[in-house]
Design a protein around this ligand. Structure first.
Ligand SMILES: [Zn+2]
Length: 154
């Protein structure tokens, strides 16, 4: 069963249905299964994590990757790209009042979770006119300490 609240899960289903209606018009049971599996994972997760979890349900790697792309298009998942390639990219469900903050190194692609209570409160308590935030992600791009101290190869 999904780890997220029913309300959040229903919001994701609604987004998926809207997307499917606009595009190919059919919702396969496999997509729902992949979504359910994604909901059971700790967020964020890599594509490989989802592939492994889906293997128990006999869902192929190709299907998982295709579904991941569809979920990103449908704003069900947020993906933080990594320079190290697709296998290092991190996905997370765009649900609830979750707030994710990460630093990402341009050079090595390392993604690190950032915890700052003051910043979290400030962003979460922000009031919007004519807008209801459902998911907030903050990415701070830069250069990590390891890369900074590494001599540049020419
Ligand atoms: Zn780095």
């Amino acid at each position: 069963m999904p780890k997220i609240s029913n309300r959040s899960y229903n919001a994701l289903l609604e987004r998926l249905n809207e997307y499917v209606q606009k595009h190919d018009g059919r919702n396969s049971p496999v997509r729902l299964l992949v979504l359910n599996v994604a909901c059971t994972l700790n967020q964020p997760f890599t594509a490989d994590k989802l592939v492994d979890a889906c293997a128990e349900h006999r869902i192929s790697k190709g299907t998982v990757y295709n579904t991941l792309n569809l979920f990103v298009d449908a704003h069900i998942l947020h993906v933080s790209e990594s320079r190290l390639g697709r296998s290092h990219a991190e996905y997370e469900l765009m649900v609830g009042s979750s707030l994710r903050m990460h630093t990402i190194c341009y050079k090595c692609g390392r993604i690190t979770a950032l915890h700052n209570a003051a910043l979290t409160d400030m962003i979460k308590n922000r009031q919007y006119t004519n807008f209801i935030p459902q998911h907030i992600s903050l990415f701070i791009y830069g250069e990590c300490k390891t890369c900074k101290t590494k001599p540049t190869s020419l």
